[in-house]
Ligand binder design. Sequence first.
Ligand code: 4NP
Length: 161
Amino acid sequence: MIKVLFVCLGNICRSPLAEGLFQKKVEERGLKDQFFIDSAGTSDYHIGELPDHRTINTGKKYGIQIDHRGRQVTSRDFKNFDYILAMDENNLSNLKLVPGSEQKTDNEMLLIRSLQDHPESLSVPDPYYGGEQGFENVFEILNDSTDRLLEKILAERPSHA
Ligand code: 4NP
């Protein structure tokens, strides 16, 4: 089982969308049983909450059902997950402050946009204070970067391909 965790600040916008999108791609490739996929936030702002309605609507538009409940990253996550993908540079710095994070190498805990070929920024922009268009933009970035992520993981773990 390959365990993948997506992390943003609130765990109600970017990371639940990344989780749902990656889950869909894994299912489409017939790899569902080989992956455990989750998301979490560096903050405790939205623990137990459903994702933002704009996240849910964006997912629906692309055939992705998102029913995650917000949770905060814990020290156990660094032991439990093989790959941890941060949405932006603040998320990654905050992850590195959590005890246990030192167990993860730079290849295992990284910015998701660092996997894109020519990203215009290394951060997935935080869409929380913007409009619907921000979520569309986030979807496009995550659509490309989760493709790259799946390629990376399958290249590193060929027995799962
Ligand atoms: P996310 O977006 O990190 O992509 O889930 C945010 C959600 C909530 C807040 C900030 C960003 N907030 O400040 O409550």
